[in-house]
Ligand binder design. Structure first.
Ligand code: AMP
Length: 186
């Protein structure tokens, strides 16, 4: 977890590689569907372009199907899901069914000024449709309103790992690995 621009996608790939599990990014799956022009992509696009969350029923079904795939059997890292309290409940139900459990919920914290700088930089290099200033602002609001409350939920469950996401990519990766080693994997 982390606000837009916190570095979730970048770090998710490194961490998932380390553990030999797939990094499942809901944002990436939505973007792939948008570029392929699938029915799911058409549904998701208008929300994404506005910086809003795609409705839970659409997102949940997509994640359910994805974690049922063979490569996710040994485990998986979710990047960008769950993002709402309803998705938390849905995920609990899904993993009960697959027999997995949540080992850790990682939150990357980055201060607001750095977030804006990173997103504006990404806008230049990746050209994401939702990296305009107006949409960035809306995505940050939606994160504060709908996703930040999840931090307390997972803290109460004792699986929250908060990591400082400021600085260079490698430094942040090192902090993540240091922090995860102290999380019980029971
Ligand atoms: P991301 O690449 O994670 O920043 O996601 C890009 C966009 O995809 C978000 O702004 C949402 O519109 C949509 N999205 C990704 N994950 C979710 C989710 N778990 N729930 C709802 N919408 C999502």
């Amino acid at each position: 977890m982390g606000p837009p621009g916190a570095g979730k996608g970048t770090q998710a790939k490194v961490v998932a590689d380390h553990f030999g599990v797939p990094a499942i990014s809901t944002g990436d799956i939505f973007r792939a569907n948008v570029s392929e022009g699938t029915e799911l992509g058409v549904k998701a696009k208008r929300y994404m372009d506005a910086g809003e969350y795609v409705p839970d029923d659409v997102t949940n079904l997509m994640v359910r199907n994805r974690i049922d795939e063979k490569d996710a059997e040994p485990g998986f890292l979710l990047d960008g899901y769950p993002r709402t309290l309803a998705q938390v409940e849905e995920l609990d139900g899904m993993i009960k069914h697959t027999g997995h459990q949540l080992d850790a919920v990682l939150v990357l914290t980055v201060d607001d000024e750095e977030l804006v700088q990173r997103l504006l930089e990404r806008a230049k290099t990746e050209g994401r449709a939702d990296d305009t200033e107006e949409v960035i602002r809306r995505r940050q609001e939606v994160y504060s309103e709908q996703t930040e409350p999840l931090i307390g939920v997972y803290r109460d469950r004792g699986i929250l790992v908060e990591v400082d996401g400021m600085g260079e990519v490698d430094e942040v990766t090192k902090r993540i690995f240091d922090a995860l080693d102290v999380v019980p994997q029971s």
